[in-house]
Design a protein around this ligand. Structure first.
Ligand code: FAD
Ligand code: 8RB
Length: 447
């Protein structure tokens, strides 16, 4: 296996548990010895799909012990008080903020406990597929190691993908979003507690740009500013028009006034942290016969706005393990994995792009809020048929492609029923029964 990041460490655990001989090559050092790369505390939102995969590796308890519950989105308007919009019906329908570094260490420990061997400081450089030999750089040397098959978990910039591509084209295509991001930090309050509501994912929606903040268990928040990379000529800020800390301070004074006093090191953070770029990676093929297969970001990197990149990568691990259980022939297993998961990856990639619009622009829009209200009323009336879009993606494990298909039908029903209305009061809800029963077959509602 190439990469002991999130998918690599989980995949290694699942395969070692099944009795495979697993050797993992990771370009970075052992995070248990050196601390996490970069040193910054980066957190991720863990949802049901990822949690279910962690259960399969028996790692869920350790991970949740260090997680912070997020009940909903806390929307910060330009003026006025922030409002919490719950993600689910109650505290069983929540997401969890987890530290990437801690999560990775937990999974590396699980992989080793299951019998996998992880070789740190070993970067894949080249693969000789006909001879089944891989070359890893580390400790100033090039190491040549034979393999029976390679599983690529080496992230969005995958070296294995490049090696596979050189052998047979994979049909690789990246669509850049044109927006980038910058990470900032809210430290703990003077008394050591959280400075703002801990059990929420905070959003400052501003139309075509936004900030978000996720809680860390050490009582800080990681804030991410998302905006266009280049000036669009529309008067909105961009990383081109906000090139330095002084401009960032002015932007926060104008647009994120309630966040500014929470980020005392804004000048330092803005100058020290790089601008990240965002894009969606599409491939026509994920495997090379039985010689190599790609999973996670290496196969289908996506924009972050649904918080599903890791969740999807973890779901890949369980799916691939299942296909390897079903047949001893690797080429057959890899082909079945690709056939199952590619439509789902494409679906969540699309939904992630759509959720940027929702987060940055719609969460404080009255028409959108009315649709959310109607969604909940219809869920109460048709609990197995009408399940809100966010719930299908986040709290269920139905295929992403099915969630997308049903969301599109539901969105049409919601738009038609709320058009020209200001409240639920005038909407004839029973009149929607026929359309719902006809277009949406019952689903098993439990996660
Ligand atoms: P990675 O976790 O990136 O792991 C790749 C590993 O391969 C790394 O350890 C790397 O060092 C190693 N590697 C790379 N090249 C080589 C090589 N040549 N040889 C050997 N090893 C190599 N997803 C969510 O679901 N929810 C979130 O809230 C969320 N938040 C995110 C926040 C940030 C700031 C970022 C950047 C991403 C976020 N994601 C989130 C996405 C998530 O991090 C990824 O989808 C997920 O990590 C993919 O796992 P992976 O194992 O495929 O790749
Ligand atoms: N990658 C998230 C959501 C959906 C929230 C909602 C959104 C930061 C980089 Cl932007 C984002 C979500 O609809 O109310 N759940 O989880 C995580 C998100 O961003 C993460 C922290 C992120 N991912 C490069 C930066």
């Amino acid at each position: 296996m190439i990469g002991a990041g999130l998918a690599g460490a989980l995949m290694a655990t699942l395969l070692a548990q099944r009795g495979w001989t697993v050797e993992v090559y990771e370009s970075r050092g052992d995070p248990r010895l050196h601390g996490f790369a970069g040193g910054r505390s980066i957190n991720l939102a863990l949802a049901e799909r990822g949690l279910h995969a962690l259960r399969a590796a028996d790692a869920d308890r350790d991970v949740l012990a260090q997680a912070v519950m997020m009940r909903g989105r806390m929307v910060h308007p330009r003026a006025g008080t922030p409002q919490l919009q719950r993600y689910g019906r109650d505290d069983r329908e929540v997401i969890w903020s987890v530290s990437r570094g801690e999560l990775n260490v937990t999974l590396i420990n699980a992989a080793e406990a299951a019998g996998a061997t992880i070789h740190f400081d070993r970067r894949l450089e080249a693969v000789d597929f006909p001879a089944k030999r891989a070359f890893y750089r580390g400790g100033g040397e090039l190491h040549r190691v034979g393999f029976s098959t390679l599983i690529g978990c080496d992230g969005a910039g995958s070296s294995l993908r490049a090696q596979m591509h050189a052998r047979t084209g994979l049909g690789e295509r990246t669509e850049w979003l044109g927006h980038g991001y910058k990470e900032l930090e809210i430290p703990p309050a003077a008394d050591g507690g959280f400075r703002i509501e801990p059990n929420a994912l905070h959003i400052w929606p501003r139309g075509r740009y936004m900030c978000i903040a996720l809680p860390n268990d050490e009582r800080t928040f990681t804030v991410t500013l998302f905006m266009a990379l280049e000036d669009q000529g529309d008067g909105d800020p961009s990383f081109e028009t906000v090139p330095d800390a002084a401009a960032a301070l002015a932007l926060f004074e104008r647009d994120f006034a309630d966040a500014l006093p929470l980020i005392p090191e804004l000048v330092h953070d803005f100058e020290a942290n790089p601008i990240g770029t965002l894009g969606t990676l599409y491939l026509d093929r994920w495997h090379l016969g039985g010689d190599a297969v790609l999973i996670g970001d290496a196969a289908h990197a996506m924009v972050p706005f649904h918080g599903q990149g890791m969740n999807c990568a973890f779901e890949d691990c369980v799916a691939l393990a299942g296909h390897l259980d079903a047949t001893p022939d690797l080429a057959t297993a890899y082909a079945a994995f690709e056939a199952q998961r590619m439509p789902d990856a494409t679906a969540i990639q699309k939904m992630a792009l759509d959720n940027y619009i929702e987060m940055r622009d719609l969460v404080d829009d009255p028409g959108f809020l009315l649709q959310r209200e109607l969604e909940l009323a219809l869920q109460a009336r048709h609990p197995t048929r009408f399940i809100p879009h966010y719930a299908m993606v986040t709290f269920m494990r139905i295929p992403y492609s099915l969630a997308l298909e049903r969301s599109e039908i539901q969105r049409r029903i919601l738009e038609d029923a709320t058009r020209g209305r200001a409240s639920l009061a005038g909407i004839d809800i029973p009149a929607l029964d026929g359309a719902i029963e006809q277009a949406l077959a019952p689903l098993d509602a439990g996660p």
